[in-house]
Design a binder for this molecule. Sequence first.
Ligand code: ABU
Length: 499
Amino acid sequence: KIANLTAQELLPHNETAQLETREFLQKVTDILLDYVNATNNRDEKILEFHHPEDMKKLLDLDIHENPVPLQQLIFDCATTMKYQVKTGHPHFFNQLSCGLDLVSMAGEWLTATANTNMFTYEIAPVFILMETVVLTKMRDIIWPGYSGGDSILAPGGSISNLYAFLAARHKMFPGYKEHGPRGLPGDLCMFTSDQSHYSIKSCASVCGLGTENCVMVPSDDQGKMIPHELERLILERKARGQIPFFVCATAGTTVLGAFDPLDAIADITEKYNCWFHIDAAWGGGLLLSKKHRHPRLSGIERSHSVTWNPHKLMGALLQCSSIHFKEDGLLLSCNQMSAEYLFMTDKLYDIQYDTGDKVIQCGRHNDIFKLWLQWRAKGDHGFEAHIDRLMDLTQYEVRRIKEQSDKFHLIMEPELVNVSFWYIPKRLRGVPHSAEKEKELAKICPIIKARMMQAGTLMVGYQPDDRRPNFFRSIISSAAVFEKDVDFMLNEIDRLGQD
Ligand code: ABU
């Protein structure tokens, strides 16, 4: 019935088109529900890969002068989903953010329909209150027994880390906000491990320190920052006349999933009066598990700020990243610009709920509803069970790798859900492990990855690090994964890796 209509003939342009509007939206919803079913069907491929130039030929991406009919828009939606990688598929082990939590997805649908901005209570009253409740709960988990502090949802872990840097500098050198570098007593420098996320180094670049003043502290062979190296480097920079002010520890490194020794690092930050930030974007989810919080995250309660991304281990839909401060008021005093058209002080309600003046962006997406709804659906116990299950599945993978040690080489015992390994092709089985053999194993990773993508059956990431050439990193952060999927992954790598 709606096939030849255009969007101009639906609501709000045509006030009597309720039925036609509903039909259009139902057809789009059907496409989304088909996608959900396909995502959860192990017989479906994860992706249908085409090179970019070939993909362009398969798609009609042009924007025309005249409107296209609704029929075409519905077809466009279906085509888009046909070629989208199903990141919630049980055989997708490629990214830190995997899975398709359906309650969180329903929340995202609602968020899209509400289509509001998170800068003021005036236009997002329920969502702002939800954000307050959930972020307060997260702070209680980070700093048990401490009530206070402040937090905000930010567009990704990198920006959350940037907020930590900005607040730290503001706390220690409040003159910077008004006077810029002239408000500083000298050259600042910061410290993070050589395994940390690149967004930490990016803070030094974006905020005017220069990347050479983001000091990369060596890590041990497990990928953990070496505390005495941190102290040595702080003293070295002080001897040069610089001002060490910010130390970032990582709780769950991106590639190896390593946890820095937080207590030992806290001792050093306290000794040298540095801000202690923890990038727990990845590993923060373990805070929800009594079994896994300690010892990995012991010491987090001594931090000044923590990045924690619910869109990673907790499986909230992208994106959902949070930054938490132990001290209240810093976010506001650091970032407040008091734009009078938005943040009037004579409003009819308590303006502390106008959270938009705490952030460096103006418009802010609503990332809270999907997390709030998901947490309601699971409860604390459900989240704990989810995290424990991911960790159990990881141990299952480790066991299966060890049982097939002729075919797979486990690089290290994982602390999180990152499993690092090489696949050993027939011709290299039985050859003693050596640097030369690692180079050969590394060459195979991109070949197998290309075969995976062309077959569309599996996705697992690979990368080199500063100690070894290419190796596979599988991630289990999706509730869709079962033991049989872990077995599928290893069998499929073996199948695709046949010489
Ligand atoms: N922000 C780090 C994400 C990297 C990954 O998903 O592999």
